[in-house]
Ligand binder design. Structure first.
Ligand code: GSH
Length: 204
């Protein structure tokens, strides 16, 4: 299995989840500025939509979209999903919020937005993070167990810190708790990051 990735971007979430699940994979580096894969192919040959993450199975099937990739990993490692009759629905509900509301709110930071755009984005990110705080009543988003949704939120808390969006004490405590996971530390190290390093800029 191959995970196409660029250090510090959203592909860090499936890397954490794959490590946590114990699923073996090979990381394939993508240069998002040039939109090329390390073997010289264009990123669009791998994903016509031109972005990460992409998970490629050994039979050649490829999955894109963070929600789908993380759901696929949770399906193979149920301890990373949400238990119960509506567990999967709750997981998709959370992953969709993280993807379509929180992730998207960071765009001006990644795409060289103006200072005004970034100020608006910072407020939007903070408001969306605030809504999530109520979910962290116990250790993680879904109570006492770490799920693929925590891997995704961790990546975006890392961005929030890097882009100067303040975290509440509760979210900062959560961030540190997630960072204690061996899988998270390994994933961060594999991508040559520190928890405080700025993400690699996608566009100059
Ligand atoms: N809808 C996609 C969006 C993924 C996305 O924005 N990926 C970023 C990295 S975090 C990317 O590859 N961006 C390339 C670009 O926009 O140039 C998902 O949820 O997975």
């Amino acid at each position: 299995m191959k995970l196409y990735y660029s250090p510090g971007t959203c592909s860090l979430a499936p890397r954490i989840a794959l490590i946590e699940a114990g699923l073996p994979f090979e990381g394939v580096a993508v240069d998002l500025r040039q939109r090329t894969v390390e073997d010289g192919r264009s990123l669009k040959e791998v994903n016509a939509k031109g972005y990460l993450p992409v998970l490629e199975l050994d039979d050649g099937r490829r999955y894109t979209e963070s929600v789908a990739v993380l759901d696929w990993i949770a399906a193979r490692c149920p301890s990373l999903g949400v238990p119960g009759e509506d567990g999967r629905t709750r997981l998709i509900e959370m992953l969709s919020y993280l993807s379509s509301e929180l992730h998207v709110a960071f765009k001006p930071f990644w795409h060289s937005g103006s200072d005004a755009d970034k100020a608006v984005a910072g407020k939007a990110v903070a408001a969306r993070l605030e809504l999530l705080e109520n979910h962290i009543n116990e250790l993680y988003l879904f109570g006492p167990r770490f799920t693929v949704a925590d891997a995704y939120l961790f990546v975006m808390l890392r961005w929030a810190r890097a882009f100067g969006v303040p975290l509440s004490a509760r979210l900062f405590g959560y961030f540190e708790r997630v960072l204690e996971h061996a899988s998270v530390r390994r994933a961060v190290a594999e991508e040559g990051l520190t928890e405080e390093a700025l993400p690699v800029a996608m566009h100059a």
